[in-house]
Design a protein around this ligand. Sequence first.
Ligand code: AMP
Ligand code: TRP
Length: 331
Amino acid sequence: MKRMLSGIKPTGRVTLGNYIGAIKPFVSYQDEYEMIVFVANLHSMTVYQEPKDLRKNTKDLIALYLAAGLDPQKVTLFLQSDVLEHAQLGWYLGCMVSMGELSRMTQYKDKASKIGKNESIGAGIFNYPSLMNADILMYDPDYVPVGEDQKQHCELARDIAERFNNRYSETFKLPEPIVPKVGGRIMDLQDPTKKMSKSDETGKGCIYILDDINVSKKKIMSAVTDSDNKIIYDVKNKPGISNLLTIYSILSEKSIPELEKQYENSGYGTFKKDLAEVVGQELQKIHDRYQEIIQGDYIDTVLNEGAQTARRIARKKLAKVERKMGITIKK
Ligand code: AMP
Ligand code: TRP
């Protein structure tokens, strides 16, 4: 079995974009690949987190992974901070990357271009790709499923792996990023030219998975479309409808052409009403399982077992790295 690895930061409330772009695909991969999935809580510290919110978001994210169908018998699911080796390897790899490379990362560049005169950017935002490189390279995955915005960080991981291998001999596998072809970028329901995001200020264009289901259905009903009243997939001219078709297609497992045919003679009202039902049903299933999972100590058990498995791999890898670099002096 090929190995696949990915992580999600526990910042903010989980959105439909996260679910469609990351959580749901992981569930579909678990039978085909050896999956390693973690909650990237060290990464969340690049921006200040209210401690009580961070605790809640972290627990919710794990519960949502499980509620969405990730099976801990098949998947190694853990909390990044439980495996100390990540930070250690992150330091070594951070010493092998140049400031030029880090400053070319678009996420950092975006932040840097937006700050005001008297503001400054935390060094964590600049450095975090090194930690992400460590998260990835530690486990020698074949594939790293990520959203479009994270592809560049995975490519940096490949470069750093090659650099390490050339300098110290073969140590790391070169991972390949995979970006889902459909659903890699769910758009905001009020402004379908921008990504649906946790950091949306009004929250009107963003569906939060754990929100009241009626609120989410209303957001679908009031999604921005166009005046053409034809249900056709055309991202350039009809970004709103195309986004809704993408959501519908993924949640119903019907293809987009199939849906276009089904709604050939319908208007936006009918289409949105049906989609609101589809979204509502999916959310209801998740809410029911979430309620069971969040009680008791199931999450603790899953995380303890996941961390043990991850630690076994990580310790071995870090020991190898430290031997090769000359950090270790014991024979
Ligand atoms: P973030 O919310 O940016 O921390 O992203 C966590 C994961 O969800 C990453 O794999 C993202 O690429 C994915 N993701 C976030 N927002 C969306 C979106 N609007 N559409 C698809 N995937 C998304
Ligand atoms: N940086 C990623 C994000 O912001 C999360 C992440 C951390 C990650 N480490 C990773 C994703 C390793 C894939 C592999 O979404």
